[in-house]
Design a binder for this molecule. Sequence first.
Ligand code: ZN
Length: 169
Amino acid sequence: MDIVHLPQEIRRCPHCHEAGLKAQRATRGGSWGGQAVRFLFCCDFCGYQILIESERSRWVQAFSGAALVLSGGVLAFLLDGPGNLVALLLLVLPGAVALWDGSPLAHRSMAVVGQFEGVPAAVEIEAELFLSEEERRKAYRRNRYASYVIYGVLLLTAVVLLLDFFADR
Ligand SMILES: [Zn+2]
């Protein structure tokens, strides 16, 4: 079992809007490949719970998203159709989603409003930590949809490349 230190940040609760969200437990999930460290934040005032990825993995995600958008943009500019569309679809679109998801803007409603003093608590990273049975089902559905999208994009790319190949003849 891996050990991780809980973040010291206090966030605004998106439910009751008090400054009461604090990290309590840790798990893995989200980000690329679901291996990011996520913290379970609980609100001291209303008991609201939410999983938030660690600062570091959100930065990594935002950075790689920006790199994807940039490289996709350059390729889309350099390539003729339909290659430029493929670059847009494969690089810019997922890059933009990753960039948005990793940016602090996506967490606006639970902004960091303070830090608490003292030694950070060390906790085990729990293998599976879901807020509820509903959350578990949602995570399962999300994984399935993500694989549909990936296969869909691959299929579309193959079709576009094939069309392009035969169009040249
Ligand atoms: Zn609350």
